[in-house]
Design a protein around this ligand. Structure first.
Ligand SMILES: N[C@@H](CCC(=O)N[C@@H](CS)C(=O)NCC(=O)O)C(=O)O
Length: 205
């Protein structure tokens, strides 16, 4: 039985969605981030970076959502549901997964951090910088999807799973950067309809 230390946040949801997609047996252990449980000695012994998600597979402990998804794709996905058996598609999926950790993740994370503050306490310059970058990144996604592919790396994969939980709130808010790009919206809706995504999204709350 795998153990997933998680919370109802975008990075936590990536992993519960993947685990649901591959039907892996797992126990979700909720980490109360508000209470600071991620800074407890027990948690730091598993992840010195004090962040969820953390996956335990027996004695093996893995942190960083991208690394965990690659691990699940390599070790727990014999039917290639999240990482293609086709080498080109597999590398394309890995490429877009890394693109998320350096793009949508940090920029949307910092933007959300500003927007959670009362308006008077926001740094408007930072809001403008991160908003512009998110707009640019959504333009990149739009360009990737322009050839009519259903999923980022053609087959449904860790690339879609890395992006979806981050972009879902943007879609839910009806942000114009998203709604002005129907291809991106359709891709998001396609992912949202997957039962495993719905189950995985609900974990950690
Ligand atoms: N790069 C990390 C980011 C993980 C992350 O930022 N986790 C957040 C929740 S989404 C967290 O645990 N924050 C608690 C803290 O920073 O103390 C990953 O992809 O796993």
């Amino acid at each position: 039985m795998l153990k997933l230390h998680t919370a109802a946040t975008p990075n936590g949801r990536k992993i519960s969605i993947a685990l649901e997609e591959i039907d892996a047996p797992y126990e979700a252990i909720r980490v109360d981030l508000e209470a600071g449980e991620q800074r407890s000695e027990a948690f730091l012994a598993r992840n010195p970076n004090h962040k969820i998600p953390v996956l335990e597979d027996g004695d093996r402990v893995i942190w960083e959502s991208g690394a965990i998804l690659l691990y699940l794709g390599e070790k727990w996905d014999p039917e290639h549901r999240i990482l293609s058996a086709d080498e080109d598609r597999r590398w394309e999926a890995i490429q877009y997964a890394f693109f998320q950790t350096g793009g949508v993740g940090p920029n949307l994370g910092r933007l959300a951090e500003q927007l959670r503050r009362p308006e008077a306490e926001r740094n408007q310059e930072m809001v403008a910088i991160f908003s512009a970058e998110i707009d640019r990144l959504l333009g990149v996604l739009d360009r990737i999807l322009a050839d009519g592919r259903e999923y980022m790396a053609i087959d449904y994969s860790i690339a879609d799973i890395m992006h979806y939980p981050w972009l879902q709130p943007v879609l839910a808010l009806g942000a114009p950067q998203m709604t002005s790009r129907p291809r991106v919206v359709e891709w998001m809706e396609r992912i949202a309809q997957r039962p495993a995504v719905q189950r995985g999204f609900a974990v950690g709350g």
